[in-house]
Ligand binder design. Sequence first.
Ligand code: ADP
Length: 387
Amino acid sequence: MMAPAATALGLELRVLAESDDVSAVPSVRHAPVGDYRSLEDLRGFAHGVDVLTFDHEHVPTEHLRALIADGVNVQPGPDALVHAQDKLRMRAAIDGLGLPNPRWAAVHHVEDLIAFGDATGWPIVLKTPRGGYDGKGVRVLRSAADAEECIDWFGTMSPLLAEEMVGFSRELSALVARTPGGEMRAWPVVHTVQVDGVCDEVVAPAPGLAPEVARAAQSAALEIAERLGVTGVMAAELFETPGRGPGFLINELAMRPHNTGHWTQDGSVTSQFEQHLRAVLGLPLGATDVLGDWAVMKNYLGGANQDLFSAFPAALAADPAAKVHSYGKGVRPGRKIGHVNLVGGPGSSPEDLRARASRVAAIIRDGASADHPAPPTAVPATTQENA
Ligand code: ADP
């Protein structure tokens, strides 16, 4: 999704691909296959590039330091990125900045975990500090007995992160961008709907969000970006907590274009993908205004339909204003394989846009059906005459 933005700016984008069938490969001219955990592969790939950046957070911190020692321009740098790689480092940094965290602790043994649950009140949430995504590595524990069952988790990683179970009203995301020179821009704070730990829908701006909470959330995200030296796009995922703290708590940070910013492709003057490129290259940032009153993004995950393209006639006919972004990934149950964006002008409502985007996404996920038939392939003569 960064490739069209690079093309428009006349930039050459290269991708270090995990294999030659990953979805980015057809979009760029140079996509050598390599392992992002291998310093040798990273060195070979980084040779001759102006800037090295990421679409996930899992490149080992020590490799990034070695690349910098080689003279590679790594953006964001490892000292910032570690806060998106390691949730314990992130929690400590948020405390250090005086920004609102849930109650949390680094736990080394099941006994620590039980003590935390007893002190905070059950249920609690246990997380692996590194390597998790889309809710993998997150578990809700309802009792000391549940905690005992997690003994194996300590065998693979220790310490782990324990958090209070936050009673939030909804989840929000504050998306910002920062250049190495310190220029920053923020998009409006959005409402993100998570299903089973996976981002499912986003509404921009977050409907009904109190202006003072929106301002505080945006300035918290900008402060994090500035104080941690973040470059590129950063998403601060938030829990909305009316009446507690500034009205939100920080869940986690992502330092890259993020699912909660996909709406910007069609709904903002500057998409997060273009902004990320501008930011890591130290170019002036683009405007972040919303191109309408509301923008909605709806993900589609792998479902019954194995041949997504066969559903396109029905899906695209269902709503000509819908913008479909398909990732070219193989269809597997629960895998994110695309999203639908819709932007609404004056008089539009977030509920209506959500329903429309969900309908298009459902047709692609489930396939055309009697409820959602494909349109006739030939245009009827009467329609041509009317046109
Ligand atoms: P990941 O890194 O896999 O995205 P997160 O830490 O964002 O994991 O957790 C995934 C989801 O689990 C969150 O979006 C939220 O819905 C829920 N969650 C995570 N932490 C808490 C918490 N402390 N209290 C309540 N819900 C939580």
